[in-house]
Design a protein around this ligand. Structure first.
Ligand code: AMP
Length: 550
């Protein structure tokens, strides 16, 4: 497949409104691809270069892209940046710049999908002192051969913002349709392998191959997620519930094979080196090869009580002086699930069975659990969780499978009522006065069903000077464009914000706005795919209206 064909397909999807039409376009194309092209095409369409479980990163920031484009079109870097700032969409701006070049250039090679992919792999592997130079060289070659429309999608792929409006679910359905296999079988294989590209190849050879997919060690699976709800409603639904403390720390997934182990964060990044103490504790807790799911919290040495989540964050983000911080901040894991044991995949077992296996095979750090059909008992457990300094409780269906990446009704979080939501940080305004060198107010977005980011609020209150420093350090390298006193970011960062009320408002594209938005914390453990959806904001708004009327 030529990269130009891929680009045209993206362009068609981008201008297609109907979900079924997009699925038709994609399923038609999937059938025509070779086994080599298929996984790459699927991942590219999802806006990914590598599978989600893979530690590989392309490692190219916007600035390197601007340098390469400036060189190819023969303009200054500032001209490129000015163009991007004027429109805000780096892909389209670079397409426009290349259109100008196309009229004057006489020779360019055609780009092949796999060739672009191989260049990306090469770039991701380049290391050492002159790596930036080498990456730039390859980027220049790619852009020199790219047609304008190809440059639009190459830019977006590299910057991790393809945003053609086709969600993961639609691509999954297109794979099912193309190869005439059940969508549920594709979904299940995707949950276990965490790579829809690879799953597409298996789907091609039939449902039998899809069913062979197993969870594998050192290939992290997405984490199962929770919803908000009430004890009463869940009890009515389930009859009997499991309840555990809700620990306010950072999620982890621990993989162990013999004496080798790795720990992954909620975003599936490997963090073993930052928390060797936790790795050792977990290694000693079981003799089995296993994948364990849990939450790490920080503990006050003197009182034994949990410390605020920010302490854990400091340890997880640490690259230097790991030893020193190990002494200062004591971490403890709490294990609440098991995904795989001695080669056996457990995601299709009911939670009650997984819990049994967990307690039989892990000797320490297993989160205490109660099982009850009595609302009074569960409420008392909730009060004891708060009294012990925890965030609340998690109530769980005992019959539920482990559903990676799914925010289902099988896990419900119960915590004191502060209305908060997780939103993506997509832009900022520079601060004023002594904060002039920092971002001051942040533009936040939710996402719609297709994954498009939709602005819904700004937040400037509740951010300490310390946190402003951290945020500036994190965000300065992912600025995509800048105009007057505002910047836009690659959407990579998630804030939890509190609010007094949701209001209907024309100010933001979402049609809603938050009243008195207040920064609660940086959700370093969450990815942009997991933020609040427009649908759930609508549901919250409806609930709020009911509450106010009632
Ligand atoms: P939230 O991040 O507010 O959506 O709440 C869900 C998160 O709570 C999970 O992703 C875990 O990181 C965390 N958590 C803490 N304790 C538990 C528990 N016992 N079971 C499941 N998740 C827990």
């Amino acid at each position: 497949m030529q990269f130009s064909e891929f680009s045209e397909i993206c362009d068609r999807i981008e201008s297609t409104r109907g979900r079924l039409d997009s699925i038709d376009i994609v399923s038609g194309v999937l059938k025509t691809l070779t086994d080599e092209e298929l996984p790459v095409f699927v991942r590219f369409l999802m806006g990914r270069i590598f599978p989600d479980w893979s530690p590989e990163k392309i490692g190219i920031g916007p600035n390197l892209v601007y340098d390469a484009v400036a060189y190819v079109v023969g303009d200054s870097r500032n001209t490129v940046i000015r163009k991007i700032n004027a429109g805000g969409d780096a892909g389209r701006a670079i397409e426009g710049l290349l259109l100008k070049k196309e009229q004057t250039s006489f020779f360019s090679e055609t780009l092949d999908l796999l060739e672009v992919y191989n260049d990306f792999i090469y770039i991701s592997g380049v290391g050492g002192g002159s790596s930036q130079k080498e990456k730039l060289k390859v980027l220049k070659k790619i852009f020199a051969n790219a047609k304008p429309i190809e440059a639009r999608y190459i830019t977006r792929l590299i910057l991790g913002e393809l945003r053609i409006g086709i969600g993961e679910g639609n691509i999954r359905d297109a794979v099912a349709k193309a190869f005439d296999v059940p969508a549920a079988a594709v979904e299940h294989a995707f949950q276990a392998s965490n790579d829809l590209g690879e799953v597409a190849v298996l789907a091609k050879s039939g449902v039998g191959d899809l069913e062979t997919v197993r969870v594998e060690l050192f290939r992290p699976v997405k984490m199962m997620l929770a919803r908000q709800g009430t004890i009463a409603a869940m009890l009515e639904e389930e009859g009997v519930l499991a309840a555990e403390y809700k620990y306010d720390g950072t999620r982890f997934q621990f993989h162990k094979k013999g004496s080798e182990c790795r720990i992954y964060s909620r975003k599936l990044e490997e963090v073993t080196k930052a928390i060797p103490d936790v790795a050792n504790m977990l290694l000693e807790a079981t003799t089995h090869d296993a994948i364990l799911d849990g939450e790490v919290i920080a503990i006050d040495e003197d009182t034994g009580r949990p410390l605020p989540f920010q302490y854990v964050l400091r340890r997880f983000r640490r690259k230097h002086d790991v030893e020193g911080h190990m002494q200062k901040i004591r971490l403890v894991p709490n294990i609440f699930d098991i995904i795989c044991i001695d080669g056996r995949t457990l995601i299709d077992e009911p939670f009650s069975e997984r819990r049994k296996i967990l307690t039989e095979s892990v000797s320490k750090f297993v989160a205490p659990q109660i099982v009850s059909d009595d609302i009074g008992t569960i409420e008392a457990f909730y009060r004891s969780a708060l009294a012990d300094g925890h965030e609340g409780i998690m109530i769980k269906s005992r019959s539920a499978h482990y559903t990676p990446g799914v925010r289902g009704k099988e896990w419900v979080k119960i915590k004191p009522a502060v209305d908060t939501m997780d939103l993506a940080v997509i832009g900022a305004e520079w601060g004023e006065g002594k904060r002039a060198k920092h971002f001051g107010s942040f533009l936040l977005a939710c996402r719609d069903e297709l994954g498009e980011l939709i602005p819904v609020s700004k937040v400037a209150t509740g951010i300490s000077d310390d946190m402003l420093d951290i945020l500036y350090d994190m965000l300065k390298d992912i600025v995509i464009s800048e105009s007057k006193n505002t910047v836009t970011f690659e959407p990579d960062t998630v804030f939890e914000v509190g609010y007094a009320e949701i209001q209907k408002s024309p100010t933001y594209e979402a049609g809603y706005a938050l009243r008195f938005p207040r920064f609660i914390r940086l959700r370093d453990d969450k990815s942009v795919e997991e933020i609040e959806t427009l649908q759930s904001i609508e549901a919250r708004f409806a609930e709020q209206t009911k509450r106010l009327q009632g």
